[in-house]
Write a protein that binds this ligand. Structure first.
Ligand code: HEC
Ligand code: HEC
Ligand code: HEC
Length: 123
């Protein structure tokens, strides 16, 4: 009887520890520092994920369009949930807008993003 209760308490405590670490992982998980983003037939993009997080401090600047998962943009395009260049227009739009205001920004010219030599999964 006593041993039973002890085991029950142990299971409860362990369960709480696991749950707690799962919650803090999902809060702290910022994903990879760099991601090779699938750019389709134009070639892939060497995308500095962490630098964007630090500069923008707003996950929704991108993740309001697609969930936090590597490869999801290409998948959603295939399923018709995103148009071709829909994400790209968000990327380029922000870069252009910021550059116009004289703020630190990213590239707007095709070849500064797209690179046909970049293989997916090479991060
Ligand atoms: C400037 C755009 C942008 C911003 C801002 C951004 N992300 Fe991402 N994130 C991406 C892209 C692009 C991917 C990869 C999508 C793909 O490969 O299709 C991604 C993927 C991820 C992943 C998936 C990791 C994996 O292994 O599957 C996580 C987690 C993530 N982001 C977390 C965050 C968090 C947290 C923030 C805010 C602090 C954030 N991101 C801000 C663009 C962004
Ligand atoms: C800031 C980075 C960036 C710049 C600059 C950029 N692109 Fe893109 N482009 C992307 C991303 C990311 C994707 C994949 C997501 C999407 O389709 O929205 C993409 C997708 C595309 C696609 C769709 C390919 C396919 O097979 O689905 C075409 C076509 C394209 N870009 C052409 C261009 C052209 C032409 C230019 C120059 C005028 C350009 N891009 C500039 C980031 C960029
Ligand atoms: C809301 C604004 C915003 C959005 C959206 C955004 N960027 Fe950027 N991007 C920036 C800023 C700001 C920088 C400069 C960051 C730095 O220098 O620390 C940057 C820099 C870059 C660079 C770095 C070029 C270099 O100097 O090495 C690349 C590549 C890039 N962005 C690609 C993308 C792609 C691809 C997307 C879409 C998936 C995207 N960006 C979406 C604001 C944005």
């Amino acid at each position: 009887m006593k041993a039973d209760k002890l085991i029950l308490v142990l299971i409860l405590v362990l369960g709480m520890i696991v749950l707690n670490s799962m919650v803090s992982f999902s809060i702290n998980n910022r994903g990879p520092e760099k991601i090779i983003v699938n750019g389709g037939r134009m070639g892939n993009i060497d995308f500095p994920h962490r630098r964007h997080q630090d500069a923008l401090k707003d996950c929704k600047a991108c993740h309001s369009l697609f969930p936090k998962k590597v490869g999801i943009i290409a998948k959603m395009k295939k399923e018709g949930k995103l148009e071709e260049k829909q994400v790209m227009n968000r990327c380029r739009g922000c870069h252009r807008e910021r550059a116009n205001k004289g703020m630190k920004a990213g590239p707007t010219s095709c070849k500064k993003c797209h690179n046909k030599d970049l293989k997916l999964g090479a991060q």
